[in-house]
Design a protein around this ligand. Sequence first.
Ligand code: FAD
Length: 375
Amino acid sequence: MKTNKDWDILIVGSGLYGATCAHELTQKGYRCLVLEKRMNIGGNCYTENRDGINLHLFGAHIFHTSNQRIWDWITQFAKFNHYHHTVKVDFEGKRFSFPPNLETFNQLWGVKTPEDAKKKLEEVRFKGAIDDSLEDYALSNVGEEIYNIFIKGYTEKQWGQAPKTLPSSILKRIPVRLNYNDSYFSDIHQGIPIGGYTPIIEKLLKGSEVRMGVDYLSNREHFNSMAKKVLFTGAIDAFCDYQFGKLLYRSMHFKHYCHEIEDFQGLAVINYTSAAVPFTRIIEHKHFELGTQPVTWISEEYPEAHSASSEPMYPVRDTDNLAKLTQYQGHLSTDAYKDYYFGGRLAEYLYYDMHQAIGGALKKSEQIAKDLANS
Ligand code: FAD
């Protein structure tokens, strides 16, 4: 690219990754132009205020990290409350504590002590040969009853695949505890920004020019001519015109409802694990900010195959797709792309939590600043 440009860097995508880079680079004096194809900033972290309640319109977002540097960084932009994430499971009308803990084992089997729960788990777990599938991992750790109630139906709905065909790594995120700790996350810090995530993104984008409803890929030559360098946070396969094939994603659509009552379900998230219920979760947004409004907003989450009309959400990182990813990464590491940077959950085809997206963006913006200083 030539150096006589209006902008130092063109950032494609105003999600948490792009917005973090925009903030860091404007702070260092670089001119950033941000293009966003949606009509909202913040990507999937976007929140919208309705009736005084901040709705997580693209799925529940709980901030959690054990990285002190990331926590200090994000809390510059918002005050976080002490929301502590716990989840209940609804299976055929019965409610259970989740992730599995002593309360759950008491509800299922009447056991009261860690020792008795351990014995029962040992008794029920499958002890034969297993493969690396999610199903075998679950059966060999917690047995058939827990697998059927908590994992099987939910996983089939979430991934649209039999658990036998999915890797065990998906389930390894979920702890099984022999005490009454029902915390979903084990991190040192967790909470929800008071006022939602959108005000954070607005602060991060301050000082950058942001153009909404603009798809970079629809006119990339024109946009490239405007800046010295490009940071692309969209889908890596789309950037390469799918030349090695499409990377598979799972998507989701949401149905949002307002109820004229104070409290619909008593907490923020209930997982519906039965295959007979078409959605996987109901989110009641006011509980994230301990709201006391006279009405409440809930969202049902319906997993679905990713299509042209839906957002790519969860990468399906199986052997086939990882092989394609390697081809894309190889292609983009050539000299032809030396003025481009790729980062974020879509460009890296990674399931990134928010603290990881920020961590990656802070590192990337240091590299970009160094390259701009030398250019
Ligand atoms: P995105 O948020 O996807 O932003 C990318 C942006 O780029 C989008 O706005 C997109 O429109 C834009 N874009 C793409 N292509 C183009 C183009 N060609 N031109 C212009 N713009 C383009 N993390 C947690 O820590 N806790 C949680 O509880 C949590 N819950 C989640 C629930 C769901 C349902 C999902 C999907 C994710 C969740 N996450 C959670 C992860 C979190 O959303 C991500 O870490 C974060 O959004 C990553 O930011 P990003 O900028 O990489 O991606």
